[in-house]
Write a protein that binds this ligand. Structure first.
Ligand SMILES: Nc1ncnc2c1ncn2[C@@H]1O[C@H](COP(=O)(O)OP(=O)(O)OP(=O)(O)O)[C@@H](O)[C@H]1O
Length: 278
């Protein structure tokens, strides 16, 4: 019999980012930007017109490299505008890279985009729509429908699932989106802030579901400003700052540095004198 022990111990890479740069180009930041002549110029003389129209470039992600493995939950943190969502969109294949390469094993699903839900439809219709968008069959969705609704907790306070989704609070909307996405096992699941809007009970439930998804399938990426959600869910964290990968390591180590950087957890200050009773 063949000895597979060496193979089972091997870590399987699911996402490889190799020296990735992502640049946004914003047209029409110069003078005459709105005119038809400027638009025609842009088509006929792209090089010249780019200058005249004042095309601005935003270098959102700079030379980022990492390897994520099967069974890992990876947190992505950084201050506002540091490039987290941009990097996630590129991993999902929704944004082109300027330089470098991103390799993925399987189809990554970006939560909230794959579940392309519609505000005018009821929650129930959206469960079907989101399920179909993720490649589930009508029968599979029917089978899991009650489980999805129960997990979302949408109906805990009344029959909300039969109301249009636009009537939901932002927390209710993101709970339903997460529940739909979580109904399927994903090769690579990318979650952008989805947990931050749910209440504490839902956050605990979704953290548990992410752990299950990691066991059953591939890799989970979680972008969040909630360091508690990152701590609960991810054992490894990437810290992006101004588009650069500043740190990649065990969550506790990275969060410690990050908290010091953002001033979230300062070193204990010298004790203030207690006010004396008058
Ligand atoms: N569609 C876009 N067009 C042009 N520039 C963009 C676009 N989206 C993002 N950017 C720029 O790219 C940079 C990174 O933005 P990104 O949304 O990836 O950051 P983030 O870390 O996810 O921020 P936040 O924590 O605030 O959500 C920012 O400077 C932002 O202005």
């Amino acid at each position: 019999m063949a000895d597979n022990t060496a193979l089972t111990d091997e870590r399987i890479p699911t996402v490889i980012a190799d020296g990735v740069d992502i640049v946004y180009r914003i047209n029409g930041t110069g003078s005459g930007r709105g005119s038809a002549t400027a638009a025609l110029n842009r088509i006929l003389r792209p090089g010249q017109a780019q200058k005249a129209a004042g095309t601005r470039m935003v270098h959102a992600v700079k030379n980022v490299s990492f390897v994520a493995y099967k069974g890992e939950a990876v947190g992505l943190i950084g201050t506002n505008g540091s490039g987290k969502s941009t990097l996630l969109k590129a991993v999902a294949g929704l944004l082109p890279v300027e330089r470098g390469k991103i390799y993925t094993d399987g189809q990554p699903s970006l939560l909230g985009v794959n579940a392309a839900l519609m505000g005018d439809l009821t929650g129930e219709r959206n469960v079907y729509l989101g399920g179909l968008a993720m490649g589930m069959t009508r029968e599979q969705i029917k089978e899991r429908y009650q489980e999805i609704v129960d997990f979302s907790g949408i109906n805990e306070k009344g029959d909300f699932i039969s109301l249009p989704m636009r009537t939901y609070s932002s927390g209710m909307g993101s709970r339903l989106r997460f529940s739909i996405a979580a109904a399927k096992d994903h090769d690579v699941l990318l979650i952008d802030e989805a947990l931050a809007t749910g209440d504490a009970k839902f956050q605990a439930r979704s953290a548990q579901r992410i752990r299950e998804m990691r066991e059953h399938a591939g890799t989970v990426f979680l972008v969040s400003h909630s360091l508690a959600a990152i701590r609960d869910t991810c054992e490894r964290t990437l810290w992006l700052e101004r588009g650069e990968l500043r740190m990649d390591g065990p969550t506790e180590d990275v969060l410690k540095e990050y908290e010091e950087f953002t001033g979230g957890k300062k070193k204990p200050a010298a004790a203030k004198p207690k006010p004396t009773a008058a």
